[in-house]
Design a protein around this ligand. Sequence first.
Ligand code: TMP
Length: 212
Amino acid sequence: SGCNSESRGALVVLEGLDRSGKTSQSSRLLTYLEGLGHSVELWRFPDRSTNVGQMISSYLSNKSQLDDHTIHLLFSANRWEKRSLMETKLKAGTTLIVDRYSYSGVAFSSAKGLGDEWCKAPEIGLLAPDLVLYLDIQPEKAAERGGYGGEKYEQLEFQRKVAQCYQVLHDASWKIVDACQPIEDIEKQLQELVLECVMACQKGKPLANLWS
Ligand code: TMP
């Protein structure tokens, strides 16, 4: 009985290096689920629309400088300020497709040399994704795609470190998808994985918190 009033939405996160295709695949997933009649929204982190998000945006575009710990906590605060709305939406049955989440937070900051455990600590208690889709691409391949927009982290050497840091974050909720396949093939694989996840959540898979 998938359509009872108690069924919740799924929290689906897309992760990967810059230029791995997350953003275009996220909007394809939105269109797909809408087409099936699901209640679904596309979110992204950082959410640059909030006050905290504007500080992050200014940092990323090199308009302001911040200590590594400080910017890490701002990224985390930016997720915390959306947590209760996220929970409300999920419980009301809306599926959220989220372009980047806590894993970006930990991978990018630990790539700078901050400790993993320190990076994870402020993320504890945020909602745990039901599914993490990791779009796997070699840093060199991503760089070849061009269009690094000139933001702070869009540099090959740094992206190599981020790729290594992502590796240690994989858990049972992760599915690794080869991001170098044709775009429609990736789309098909993501559709299947997401649909399966949405069904499991409708059937009562409980919401959990990070990091569990
Ligand atoms: P975006 O290009 O997806 O908007 O993300 C901006 C940059 O911020 C991207 O290089 C990844 C980085 N980032 C972090 O360092 N920590 C975080 O928590 C998030 C969500 C993104």
